[in-house]
Write a protein that binds this ligand. Structure first.
Ligand code: GLN
Length: 536
């Protein structure tokens, strides 16, 4: 098995995740069995308890683990379903080691960062690839070289090359090559310093991927090569791209895949990027444009909604229509800002969320879409709020709410899942991951999924209160998707509306470039028809 270790220098947010994902996709397109592992050096055991403002969206895997959003990028680029062990955090590693210590596995020893923590890290990395008999495991180390928190991980990936053989490890370091405004010159000093820092912990990079506004000039590539002791073909430009999906092509064109395959001395097929290029071609040559509003409470950090943004990109390519995103802060609607923002949009998406802030603004959005016949898609909290809006304004249940926001409400039309009663721990305790649902034939969802059985990912504590379902359905909001026992509402569709659909699950997590989320696709298609004034 081979390992590609991706580290980052100079500053965070350089797009290491996209680089790792792109490289994985390229190696996979060469016929290799590839996967990716993300290391997050924070002390949380997983991303589930973090506010999206901290690290962006919390991504959910099939197995229900709540992980870093980079795993979403890996899944989208690799078109694979990953598991909880593809995200290693400091918290997870320490928890494991401390449990072993308590059990007496290290009896008689002093338990230390080296070798106990580093051994555990290596074991976790190696076991991911070994279990599935893979050819290449990509390991992305979050954070920046020099951070105190990253030290044990850097030490572990350094040792890894001794355990598995230096010829089986490639170290890629991503850095920044800024351009100074006054002189317009690409500056290599930050890269030099960052590589020096990396070498100080015993890692000599084989490849440097330089992010920056523009491609590196030939002379700058040579300069980095000389100062950082990396062959010039190992110095790769990663200039700002119009779309993240262009990055694999940019890397491929500079020979990165060839270099890795050569250095690993592994056999591979010829590169076949036809379908990927077809996907890009549709993105680059849209036949029209359509405006979709996303009404959220974390809109100042777009990464909070990254899977929705990507799902809509996938729909852009599929429908050959550029989706323009219009960000609407839910609280602004509550403050009396008019719904005028919605006049020029062709569809409204209300994503998931937690806590009361912004919920009334999202309810205003659902009401607007319902009353004005505008395509609407609500996800998770968006699904619950669409139901609340319907109960308040159509059924006349004044003050109807979710017991999450108003425990005293007279009409708790959204209520705690029965199995959540008495659950106090907040980490990994929601209804999580893939659950199967049945879809009613003849519904819009059925038309989109082309199936009466679906598997989508979940992340919630509350649900539609079964006591209100009959009344809600009688008034025209039908639950066309339900859990297999029929007890849990999964999809809602407003009768007589062009597209007013909502789901308790999160289809954005399983959207892939060549296989977009069905319900997002339904929204975009309906928005295009709405724009064109088509009948429904
Ligand atoms: N807060 C809601 C719940 O826990 C919705 C969760 C979500 O949107 N992911 O049920």
């Amino acid at each position: 098995m081979k390992y590609v270790i991706v580290t980052g220098g100079v500053l965070s947010g350089l797009g290491k995740g996209i680089t790792t994902s792109s490289l994985g996709m390229l190696l996979k397109a060469r016929g290799l069995q590839v996967t990716a592992v993300k290391i997050d050096p924070y002390l949380n055991c997983d991303a589930g308890t973090m506010n999206p403002f901290q690290h962006g969206e919390v991504f959910v895997l099939d197995d229900g683990s709540e992980v870093d959003l980079d795993l979403g990028n890996y899944e989208r680029f690799l078109d694979a379903n990953l598991r909880t062990d593809h995200n290693i955090t400091t918290g997870k590693v320490y928890r494991e080691v401390i449990q072993k210590e308590r059990r007496g596995d290290y009896l008689g020893q002093t338990v230390q960062i080296i070798p106990h923590i580093t051994d555990e890290i290596k074991k976790e990395i190696v076991s991911v690839g070994e279990r599935d008999g893979l050819d290449v495991v990509l390991v992305e180390l979050g954070g920046t070289v020099g951070d105190i928190e990253s030290m044990p991980f850097l030490e572990a990936v350094r040792q890894l090359s001794m355990d598995v053989g230096r010829q089986n490890c490639i170290y890629i370091h991503t850095t920044l090559v800024p351009i100074l405004g006054v002189v317009g010159e690409q500056k290599t000093k930050p890269t030099q310093h960052s590589v020096k820092e990396l070498r100080a912990v015993g890692i000599k990079p084989d490849v440097i991927i330089a992010r920056g506004e523009r491609p590196l000039s030939k002379s700058i590539k040579s300069k980095i090569s000389m100062f950082c002791d990396v062959p010039v073909e190992g110095v790769i430009s990663a200039p700002d791209a119009i779309s993240i999906y262009q990055v694999p092509i940019i890397l491929e064109d500079q020979g990165l895949t060839d270099l890795i395959i050569k250095q690993f001395a592994i056999g591979s097929q010829e590169q076949n990027l036809t379908s990927w290029k077809g996907f890009l071609n549709n993105l680059d040559n849209p036949e029209g444009e359509v405006n979709i509003a996303i009404v959220g409470k974390y809109t100042h950090l777009i990464d909070s909604y990254i899977s929705h943004v990507e799902a809509l990109h996938h729909c852009s390519s599929e429908t050959k229509n550029k989706v323009n995103l219009v960000w609407v802060e839910a609280e602004d609607l509550e403050k009396g800002n008019s719904t005028k923002v919605f006049e020029d949009v062709h569809g409204i998406l209300v994503p998931g969320g937690f806590g009361e802030r912004g919920t009334e603004g999202k309810i205003i959005s659902a009401k607007y879409a319902r009353e004005n016949g505008k395509p609407f898609f609500g996800v998770c909290l968006g699904f619950q709020l669409a139901t609340i809006e319907f109960c308040r304004n159509v059924l006349g249940l004044e003050g109807a709410n979710s017991s999450e926001f108003d425990p005293e409400t007279k009409y708790p039309v959204v209520d705690l899942l029965p199995e959540q009663i008495g659950v106090e721990d907040k980490g990994a305790t929601m209804r999580l991951g893939v659950h199967e649902a049945m879809v009613q034939e003849g519904s819009k969802a059925y038309e989109l999924y082309q199936s009466n059985r679906i598997k989508e990912r979940h992340r919630h504590r509350f649900e539609i209160n079964p006591e209100y379902i009959e009344r809600i359905e009688e008034a025209g909001l039908k639950y066309t998707g339900r859990s297999l026992d029929g007890r849990r509402m999964e999809i809602a569709e407003l009768q007589g509306h062009r597209y007013f659909v909502a789901s308790q699950f999160h289809p954005e997590f399983k959207s892939r470039p060549l296989n977009p989320s069905r319900l997002h696709l339904g929204l975009v298609r309906a928005a295009i028809d709405y724009r064109d004034g088509k009948d429904y």
